[in-house]
Design a protein around this ligand. Sequence first.
Ligand code: NAP
Length: 381
Amino acid sequence: MRDFTYHMPTRVVFGEGCLDTLKELCQAFDGKALIVTGSESARRIGALDRALAQLPDAAVFDGVQENPTTDTCERGAALCREKDCAFVVAIGGGSPMDAAKAIAVLVRNSGPCADYLGTDRVKNGALPIVAVPTTAGTGSEVTPYAVLVDTADASKKTICSNHIFPTIAVLDPRLTVSMPSSITANTGLDALSQAMEGMVAVHATPKGDVLALETCRIVKKWLPRAVADGTDIEARAQMLYAAMLSGCVIAQSRTTLVHGMGYYFTLEYGVAHGLANALFLTPVFQHNARCLPGKVAAIADALGAPCEPTPDAARKAITQAIHGLLETVRMSPAAKDAGVDSDRLDLFAREIYSNKGRLKNQPGDLSLEDVTRFFWKAYEG
Ligand code: NAP
């Protein structure tokens, strides 16, 4: 048994209709709320109105785009200060939740958002954060991360601070029913990727491993059902639960090279975050099977492809498991089918390989040739 720490301060409230208990849940916070959301979906599905009915003097910042930028967060923080809000309520997917976390930091700490990108740079705490996910994938409602696009160089960076664990996560599966099948699949694959990466990460924890395997089992069983029939409320609830579990995993372990490489496909070609990660799972886990065959075999088993815990068997089983799942959720395993070009793959590989921070949570020694091969295998499928 290895040494580990496991920190999870977020109160999780889960249940159909629990958005309507928001007023009661927020009673402990003294003052007005800033509701942070995306441009459209929270309004369209009625979640924003339901929140406003309970928090009538709340201000609304609805300018959060997908993959939010540091500039956006600074605009949100300016509104939060102007309206003198005492806490933030995020309603939406990972993008509004992460923007809300950054806004909560900026209101309590002076200076530009870029000052807080990195680990433990937040010195003066953050406003209380209530996170209401409307996608089932990122688990941001239970993580100490805010992933932002740094406007200065258009790259994804993370505020990592225990101050931005949401105080309360409000998980109402009904809010996810409106996701179209493509967003359901993309976000569900993000939960899978987080669980798989978290389990093999250098900073994996034994408790996180239990949650990761459970996440894999749930995704295998319920993601295809949620994709096939978005009104299947049991499938929606199971996937929202799995996403939260995957957030609990990475809150301790962080993610691995898969996420770092996926950011290139998202930022350069607009591939949705979850799919961008999933495209790298096969090549990277074929490598992981060589250095952690027992763990990769356990993941393959949880995904319905049992095998002996040997490198060769684990490599074959994990390949079969990931390809099988992608097929059932109607996703191609090839990045070229998602609009990625091949002309800069070698450049991306060189760039990420030179960033040692991106490699340090990844198990096994990697050469530049390995990383280049991951990009090409993800491209070809
Ligand atoms: P998202 O970027 O928040 O949203 C994707 C799309 O889904 C948007 O068009 C959004 O519309 C729409 N949408 C959201 N809820 C919907 C619903 N119920 N029905 C219909 N459409 C809906 O997607 P995401 O995958 O949840 O979040 C990805 C972001 O999270 C990335 O920036 C990623 O880096 C980050 N992330 C953070 C963590 C963390 O721990 N902090 C972990 C993983 C990923 P609107 O724009 O109109 O809302």
